[in-house]
Design a protein around this ligand. Structure first.
Ligand code: ZN
Length: 305
């Protein structure tokens, strides 16, 4: 994919693709959430699309499909309504007469079709199963994703909590530890075609969760400042678990440890926010501005406790 310097369209598509990947991760099926409603049957393939029963008719009735003269026939080509009481009739077109098992298959197929209420009016249309009005919306989709994250987060016994920070940060940290934040390497694993899997901030290495949160030189500059500000010596951390869970500091009180952990969580959260600002809006904070932002946010959240 070349020419990524067109933020409007590429950002929209990127968001849609990423959202699709998140949804599949959440075990919500994105593809099957779009349901086709049959109107006049003109734009839906009788054999090759799934519109009745458990599977496409070409898979359920392979013998009949082989004998069909027009494999791409629409529903309208194979079902019509006859007379004032609208009885279903089937204008079949086979390469030869049906007998034996094929004739039996046709009977079964006709039985299945008789269960289908075909009105022959209006156009075939798509609707989205996750919205009550059937209309797809990105806003509804992101609410759904947030609800799923919250549900999985709350029902997971291994969840680590720190009530100093807002819930959205607790959830972010949980996702980070599970490597559920969609850095480029993770998107690539999901088969999403990106122009590069390298870090969008430094371009020095591939963008993994560990790189993005710890090892990127931009992240390390910020961590350095945070560690110095909190009097924790030089920053040295080699794993996400060590950085985000382990309290490390032995000389401080339990409440002090909790605050120190909250600060590291806020730092990780804002590093990721900064990374997204770079990817989506092509702007980002310097290390010093990021530190200021961490300080402002942590005072704000501590005060609201
Ligand atoms: Zn980097």
């Amino acid at each position: 994919m070349e020419g990524v310097s067109q933020p409007s369209t590429s950002t929209v598509w990127h968001n849609i693709i990423v959202t699709g990947a998140i949804i599949e991760d959440m075990h919500l099926s994105f593809k099957s959430s779009f349901v086709k409603t049959i109107g006049d049957g003109e734009s839906t393939s009788f054999w090759q699309e799934h519109w009745i029963g458990n599977d496409k008719l070409c898979n359920v009735f392979p013998r009949l499909y082989r004998l069909e003269t027009n494999k791409t026939a629409s529903i309208k080509d194979r079902i019509s309504l006859s007379g004032s009481n609208g009885v279903q009739v089937h204008p079949w077109s086979w390469v030869r007469g049906l007998f034996g098992r094929a004739a039996g298959d046709r009977e079964r197929l006709e039985l299945l079709l008789s269960s289908f209420e075909f009105y022959g009016t209006a156009a075939d249309s798509w609707s989205w199963a996750y919205a009550s009005n059937g209309l797809f919306s990105v806003k509804k989709l992101s609410t759904l994703i947030d609800e799923q994250y919250l549900f999985q987060f709350s029902s997971n016994p291994e969840t680590i909590l720190n009530n100093i920070v807002p819930k959205k940060i607790e959830i972010f940290i949980w996702r980070t530890l599970k490597k559920w934040i969609l850095v480029r390497v993770e998107l690539d694993k999901r088969g999403i075609d990106l122009h590069s899997v390298r870090c969008p901030l430094c371009d020095d290495d591939i963008e993994s969760v560990d790189h993005s949160v710890i090892f990127c030189k931009h992240a390390m500059e910020v961590w350095d400042r945070v560690f110095k500000w909190w009097n924790q010596g030089n920053f040295s951390s080699f794993s996400l678990a060590e950085l985000l869970i382990d309290d490390g500091a032995n000389s401080i009180s339990p409440f002090g440890k909790k605050i120190w952990q909250a600060l590291r969580w806020i730092c990780a959260y804002l590093l990721w926010k900064n990374r997204n600002n770079k990817v989506f809006y092509d702007k980002y904070w310097t290390a010093q501005v990021t530190l200021n932002e961490i300080q402002v946010k942590s005072f704000e959240w501590l005060n609201s406790r």
